[in-house]
Ligand binder design. Structure first.
Ligand SMILES: [Zn+2]
Ligand SMILES: [Zn+2]
Length: 311
């Protein structure tokens, strides 16, 4: 119990750092980020060692799966496709729950997340892209977070700042992040926190980080997007369909990144909601535009030379 309280305190302190980062010295923000990146990895190593000591209890496996699904969809369905790209519309309650699940997943407020992601789309693999692997794979995976400036909220997300549901989650983001750790801890103590909170966070982090790094370096390019975005099946499975990243860069507002033929867990949820009448204005690209932009698939690692150099 003492260990659980200690880990919870560290992660809560990190959440405070992230939530109030603009008023906290940059060095403190970087230390907090380091805890966010390394803490779950250390927890994962401990969990692997612990597996040799005692069998994984069914409740812990259940907590891992449930919280991985909730937070994975929070990022993909909530933060990415619903909030950032407006790929579909849904009810305020579903919007609120999806964004709360997104806030549970990462120590980033929804508008900051959306602004940084839209900045990526606006400058993909060119000057101004916050996380292009043309600056190094590790930079695109985690390094970029340590050098990034404040999110350009006014420039990219002014519309979101007038939305009461979004602003509610914005103000309570810390609470949801803490709940994502506290609830599994309350259900099964230290082991619940380890599997449902920390291990889940490590898997989620690296699956989603992989969209920025691996999906701009390894995989196929069925569409000519003018950037390095790639479709990567492994990341698609681990990140709830987000790995069909070349498809997404070709048609950013498209709701179904798998385009109907590839595994896309988030797309499946949107389809169920659409059939139930709970999602509407679901964006589908014009078939003629899809055919026009389709190009010969290239499989393998990035062979292109960087189109820019770091000055
Ligand atoms: Zn991208
Ligand atoms: Zn996107």
């Amino acid at each position: 119990m003492i260990a659980a309280a200690a880990v919870l305190s560290v992660l809560a302190a990190l959440a405070v750092v992230k939530t109030f980062e603009q008023r906290i010295p940059p060095v403190a923000v970087r230390i907090g980020l380091l805890v966010f990146v390394l803490g779950p990895l250390a927890g994962m190593v401990y969990a692997m060692w612990a597996l040799w000591q005692w069998a994984l209890h069914p409740i812990d496996l259940l907590l891992l799966v449930v919280f991985a699904v909730v937070t994975g969809l929070g990022t993909s369905f909530g933060y990415h496709r619903l909030l950032t790209h407006r790929s579909f519309q849904t009810t305020p309650w579903i919007t609120g729950m999806a964004l709360a699940a997104g806030a549970m997943a990462v120590p980033s407020r929804p508008i900051d997340w959306a602004a940084r992601h839209l900045e990526h789309h606006a400058h993909a693999d060119r000057e101004g892209d916050p996380h292009s692997p043309l600056d190094g794979l590790l930079h695109a995976h985690v390094g970029w977070m340590f050098g990034v400036s404040a999110a350009k909220r006014e420039r990219y997300c002014r519309r979101l700042m007038r939305d009461p549901v979004v602003m509610f989650i914005e103000r309570t983001a810390l609470v949801w992040l803490a709940l994502g750790l506290a609830v599994p801890a309350l259900i099964d103590g230290w082991r619940g926190l380890l599997w449902g909170g920390i291990v889940r966070m490590a898997i989620h982090n690296h699956a989603m980080f992989g969209v920025n790094s691996i999906c701009h370096a390894f995989g196929s390019q069925p569409f000519a997007t003018g950037d390095e975005s790639r479709n990567n099946r492994l990341i698609a499975v681990l990140a709830f369909g987000e790995g069909w990243h070349n498809n997404h860069h070709a048609f950013p507002a498209m709701a179904y990144h798998g385009m109907g033929s590839r595994p896309d867990a988030t797309g499946l949820v949107i389809r169920w909601l659409e059939r139930a009448g709970l999602a509407w204005d679901v964006h589908r690209p014009d078939p003629a535009a899809v055919a026009r932009r389709r190009t010969r698939a290239i499989t393998g690692s990035t062979r292109h030379q960087p189109r820019r150099s770091r000055s």
